[in-house]
Design a protein around this ligand. Structure first.
Ligand SMILES: [Fe+2]
Ligand SMILES: [Fe+2]
Length: 189
């Protein structure tokens, strides 16, 4: 059972393991807490929560299913489940562009994101159940309501550093997202 403050809940078509569901619930709790602390209207909180419940809805789906819903987004499941979940959500009637972009790009980042995408990106990374850098991440989660832009930049910095340290390519939406956060006016930020 999901507590009422975290509704909506997982879509019926979701394919997630029990562990994944626990992650999604923790992300929902964090986003709901921030919504209360920031004092956003209920309608905005609902948008944040819709994005949270959708973001990993197809994270454990078969590659055939991912292919079906994200035919235009090649790549490994790690990069494909966001576009696939967004595609499926849209087919099921979700028409909020901010929510769909939040879900579609949650693994990559997007320069054009509204608050939904930014909140999901931070909450996903700051999930207290993740085993690494617990203290630093808890501090960032604590700080977010007072300094969302600063925390977003710190989360993006950490996630990009990890991509680079792992020797993975930095995809176009990701570096555009990073540049949008730090500015590209020619002087050092
Ligand atoms: Fe994900
Ligand atoms: Fe996630």
């Amino acid at each position: 059972m999901v507590d009422a403050g975290l509704r909506p809940t997982l879509p019926q078509w979701a394919v997630v393991t029990p562990k994944r569901l626990e992650h999604i619930q923790r992300v929902a709790r964090l986003a709901a807490r921030w919504a209360e602390q920031v004092g956003v209207p209920e309608s905005e909180k609902q948008r944040w929560l819709r994005a949270v419940w959708l973001h990993d809805a197809l994270r454990d789906a078969t590659s055939e299913e991912l292919e079906k819903w994200a035919a235009d987004s090649p790549g490994p499941p790690e990069l494909r489940h966001g576009p696939a979940s967004a595609g499926r959500a849209q087919a099921e009637g979700e028409d909020d562009r901010g929510v769909l972009d939040a879900v579609r790009y949650h693994s990559m980042g997007l320069a054009e994101w509204d608050m939904v995408g930014r909140i999901l990106y931070c909450a996903d990374y700051l999930d207290p159940g993740r085993p690494f850098q617990r203290k630093q991440r808890a501090e960032l989660a604590q700080r977010l309501p007072a300094d969302p832009q600063g925390v977003l930049r710190e989360v993006a910095r950490a996630r990009l550093s990890h991509i680079i340290e792992s020797g993975w390519p930095v995809l176009e939406p990701t570096y555009r997202f990073w540049n949008s956060l730090v500015g590209t006016g020619g002087s050092l930020p």
